[in-house]
Ligand binder design. Structure first.
Ligand code: WTA
Length: 676
């Protein structure tokens, strides 16, 4: 665990945090058309009505066989939802829409180069392509229900197509964010024991065609070192008919997906009738150790939850054009680009590249061209767009009815720009708090029913009942404005089922701390600990203060400090490493990396550079430290523990507070001088 306690986190965060803000009304036009404007929802989804309330979400889907038990609690905290039910996610996101929406666009794909035409994939075309890929995976690669496949794909329509093809077969997909390195991909291949890797030759980003296949070669060779042999690498072509990577294909191992598919033209594959609690996918995320954990998400519960929250919180109707700017490689993209919107037959935008390239007008041009009316992005993207083009949105004729922010706290000033300039005052905004583990939203306002409050996530969404505990395990009085560890009192169907191959860690990390009775089969005794500090204001809205563990939220992306530290320790000169979050105007937080050298070695630019390279090689460029500082020694307690809190204060130019417990207090000033 971190050496920061909740109290310390909250004190620091509150100090720089905003004051209470005024409420903002939602536009009446929005309310008139909203999916959810019936206040009885809060009674229907009360704590007493858990788990039955969630049937309302499951009923949004097509089930081959209805479930017998809504929630099975016989093996706590491994809750099983909709037991006995049979369902297929691919059928629900594709086939069942054909009767009514065959010719409607399912996916609008916006390539980065603006001269390349936008592709509009209809539900019929999605159906045909998903079937062909499923046929190839089943008949050409021998994949079967329960097998794992690692995907390392960029933002192209082939990514959701491949995911839905896996889902059709009950093959568990594990998509790794395309910005992660080959080594990071290898770690996920090894943990999930994938025999197949699906990737793409190249993709466009920031005006360049990036070679992506090279990472696949690293991934395969690194996985082999760990004893997992990838038998086949399937490579999609970014430009069909042309191989765009400089990395050659390896004979007998690598196959061009686009070419292989010609043998499966027009083949149809019956969706496999999966048990509700069969896993749909793994999503790896960072935690407190150096090893990312594979969050295992279910088929029936997950899909019900993302469909329900997409309908009620995102307010998606089939006629909407919905654009979530996240990457499908993160949970937000899985839930709110692919599974949620497609389950509701919406048109979902997939875009390649960066929001600010070639200029900060790009998102608004896309929104105008596609008539996007629901927009979803992160505070980091909003801050970057605001800085690069504060007046840009006003130049375009786009109109949003609904906008979302997710992933990090949003400052009221940034919220206001989002509301007034991006949304032109016409849109309702929801600030949604949740995590990879949760499958879907935990806290947010219900857009037609709650007033907006800039800088605050809002109450628990229907059916989610948060509670805040202090360090000692006592409940902090509701609405008291006092900070503590936010937990959820009840199970919900979107929650992950376990950590892949590590059920003990699942119990330990999320349930052990506040469990009231280990022998109890009553879920009320097993609150879920989110790992965030939070407070509940008098109005019932929650304000999220930040992680209480060793996780840094960089640009809304979750990185483990231990993973970065382990990467730097691979450089042989390094004795110790400590990563702390430093505040950043655009990205929210960025990692500062402090390292000390083995005895007798002198600091050099070469060592510093090799540490940085190692982090990029092991994890990816998103983990690049803001700075690598080689220190003569770490601030340490008398028992030899590195005081990261002190380093954090140095990075943020704050007072280091009480340093009397340090064995070497003089080091604090020394490091401060070095840094400046
Ligand atoms: C943080 C992303 C404040 C939080 C969906 C959480 C937020 C972590 C918000 C999960 C928000 C997410 N306001 N903080 N609206 N949303 N967070 O797993 O610290 O990538 O624990 O899931 O992001 O990040 P993850």
């Amino acid at each position: 665990m971190s050496d920061r306690t909740t109290a310390e986190v909250s004190e620091a965060e509150i100090a720089v945090h905003w004051q209470e803000e005024n409420y903002v009304n939602q536009p009446e036009r929005f309310v008139a058309q909203a999916n959810l404007k019936d206040k009885t929802v809060f009674d229907r989804f009360s704590l007493d009505n858990v788990p039955d309330c969630f049937k309302e979400y499951a009923d949004l889907l097509h089930w081959y066989r209805p479930w017998d038990i809504t929630l099975d609690t016989s093996n706590p905290p491994f809750w099983r939802w909709f037991v006995g039910g049979r369902i297929n996610a691919s059928y629900n996101c594709v086939d069942r829409h054909l009767a009514k929406y065959k010719n409607k666009t399912a996916i609008h794909f916006v390539p980065e180069p603006e001269h390349e035409a936008i592709q509009h994939v209809t539900y019929q075309e999605l159906y045909v392509r998903v079937n062909e890929v499923a046929a190839l995976l089943r008949d050409g690669c021998g994949l079967k229900t329960g097998d794992r496949v690692t995907l390392h794909m960029p933002m192209v329509p082939e990514l959701p197509i491949t995911m839905l093809a896996c889902a059709r077969l009950g093959v568990i997909h594990s998509q790794v964010f395309s910005g992660f390195s080959g080594k990071a991909t290898a770690d996920r291949i090894v943990d999930s024991e994938s025999r197949l890797l699906i990737t793409m030759d190249a993709y466009c980003r920031g005006g360049q065609l990036l070679d992506h296949k090279e990472k696949a070669d690293v991934a395969v060779s690194e996985a082999l070192k760990e004893g997992v042999k990838v038998e086949k690498v399937l490579v999609w072509q970014r430009y069909p008919g042309r191989y765009s990577s400089k990395t050659p294909l390896v004979g007998g191992r690598d196959f061009v997906m686009n070419e292989m598919l010609s043998a499966y033209r027009r083949l149809r594959v019956d969706p496999v009738e999966m048990r509700a609690e069969d896993p749909l996918f793994l999503m790896y995320t960072s935690g407190t150790t150096g090893r990312p954990k594979g969050c295992q998400h279910s088929t029936g519960g997950y899909l019900s939850y993302v469909a329900g929250t997409s309908k009620y919180i995102q307010d998606i109707h089939p006629e909407d054009v919905y654009w979530c700017m996240a990457d499908i490689g993160w949970i937000t993209g899985h839930s709110y680009i692919v599974y949620g919107p497609l389950a509701l037959a919406a048109s979902s935008v997939v875009y390649e590249g960066l929001p600010t390239y070639p200029d900060a007008g790009r998102p608004w041009r896309i929104a105008e061209e596609l008539d996007v009316n629901i927009f979803h992005t992160s505070p980091t993207a909003i801050r970057a767009l605001r800085r690069a083009g504060p007046d840009e949105p006003l130049k375009y004729n786009h109109h949003f009815k609904h906008m979302t922010t997710v992933g990090e706290p949003i400052e009221p000033a940034v919220w206001k720009w989002y509301h007034e300039v991006v949304g032109k005052g016409e849109a309702v905004i929801v600030d949604t708090w949740w995590q990879t583990e949760n499958g879907g939203f935990l806290c947010s306002t219900v857009p037609a029913l709650h007033l907006m409050k800039p800088g605050s996530a809002g109450p628990g969404v229907p059916g989610i009942h948060p509670i805040i505990y202090d360090e000692a395990g006592a409940e902090i009085p509701p609405r008291s404005g006092r900070a503590g560890n936010i937990c959820i009192q009840n199970p919900w169907p979107g929650s992950f089922q376990t950590i892949w191959k590590d059920p003990d860690r699942f119990v330990q990390q999320y349930y052990a701390r506040y469990c009231k009775d280990r022998t109890s089969r009553d879920w009320r005794d097993w609150p879920y600990m989110a790992g965030d500090g939070a407070l509940q204001a008098a109005d019932g809205y929650y304000r999220i203060l930040g992680r209480i563990d060793d996780v840094i939220n960089v640009a809304g992306h979750r990185l483990g400090t231990k993973e970065i530290e382990s990467a730097s320790l691979l450089v042989e000169e390094i004795a110790e490493a400590a990563v702390v979050p430093a505040r950043d105007e655009i990205k929210g937080k960025v990692p500062d990396l402090y390292v000390s050298l083995k005895p007798g070695l002198a600091p050099s630019e070469d060592i510093r550079k090799r540490v940085e390279d190692s982090v990029i090689r092991e994890i990816g460029a998103i983990a690049r430290p803001r700075r690598v500082v080689i220190v003569p020694d770490m601030p340490k307690t008398r028992s030899g523990k590195i005081m990261r809190r002190v380093l954090g204060a140095i990075s943020n130019n704050e007072d280091a507070g009480d340093i009397s417990t340090l064995a070497n207090p003089e080091i604090v000033d020394e490091i401060r001088k070095m840094k400046s």
